[in-house]
Ligand binder design. Structure first.
Ligand SMILES: Nc1nc2c(ncn2[C@@H]2O[C@H](COP(=O)(O)OP(=O)(O)O)[C@@H](O)[C@H]2O)c(=O)[nH]1
Ligand SMILES: Nc1ncnc2c1ncn2[C@@H]1O[C@H](COP(=O)(O)OP(=O)(O)O)[C@@H](O)[C@H]1O
Length: 216
């Protein structure tokens, strides 16, 4: 799951995964904890030296820099979860998502969360009140780049109405699970999920549509 800072990934994820037995990967980061963030739950907060050490040892499935800090997905917990048969959810930025796509192939299902407009994204980032004005501008600049890469993701979900976006995430998950079995065996619910997931497939996206979002 990828999308601009402030688009609502954390909010969506909480509702999407509530009550589900999936493994959510806790990332490592060198950024400072925000008030209310808990070490080991929201992130593993580390020093740059600790981060680079782990990277050198091949300890990350992927890692990237984002607005001056390092972020990475520790590989061991993921391998353990997959070995247990759990689905794994990552919430990471675009460069990291491309590394996961390269490494995991079709086994990785990439979903991009799109803001209704850049104006609304700015409003959400400002409203969350976790960033300085300067950091908000840096995040918005990065958001424009990220949005222009949305066609590299299998699904693109617009987070305007939160409930609708959650339903679309659930449909994508159910449809992708069903796709591992022959279509003739699908239940009606799986057929419905497949039909809904098709509506958020990235196939129909074009650069012009993406440009309209970054200019809005
Ligand atoms: N590549 C990569 N990106 C990550 C990872 N963890 C978080 N991110 C991304 O880093 C960016 C900044 O995250 P954060 O500082 O928590 O800001 P927020 O997304 O605005 O709450 C977001 O796009 C996250 O999805 C990770 O392990 N790897
Ligand atoms: N669909 C939505 N409509 C309006 N506000 C939203 C929506 N989804 C999230 N938000 C708000 O936007 C802000 C950023 O959401 P957050 O989940 O922290 O984003 P992210 O994890 O992508 O950085 C929060 O204040 C959140 O309450």
């Amino acid at each position: 799951m990828t999308g601009a800072s402030g688009v609502g990934k954390g909010t969506l994820r909480e509702q999407w995964l509530a009550g589900q037995d999936v493994f959510y990967s806790t990332s490592w980061t060198t950024r400072e904890a925000r008030p209310g963030e808990v070490q080991g739950r929201d992130y593993v907060f580390v020093t740059p030296a600790e981060f680079l050490d782990k990277a050198r040892q091949g300890g990350f499935l992927e890692h990237a820099q984002f607005v001056g800090n390092h972020y990475g997905t520790p590989v061991e917990p993921i391998e353990a979860a997959l070995a247990r048969g759990q689905d794994v959810v990552l919430e990471i930025e675009v460069e990291g998502a491309m590394q996961v796509k390269e490494r995991m192939g079709d086994g990785a299902i990439l979903v991009f969360i799109m803001p209704p407009s850049l104006t609304e994204l700015r409003r959400r980032l400002t409203g969350r009140a976790t960033e300085t004005p300067e950091r908000i501008e840096k995040r918005l600049l990065r958001a424009r780049d990220e949005i222009m890469q949305a066609h590299a993701f299998r699904y693109v979900i617009v987070n305007d109405d939160l409930n609708r976006a959650v339903q679309e995430l659930l449909a994508v998950q159910q449809a992708e699970r069903a796709a591992q079995r022959p279509e003739a065996d699908w239940t009606q619910a799986e057929r419905d999920a497949h039909a809904l997931a098709r509506t958020v497939h990235s196939g129909a996206l074009n650069t012009e549509a993406l440009r309209q979002v970054v200019d809005s």
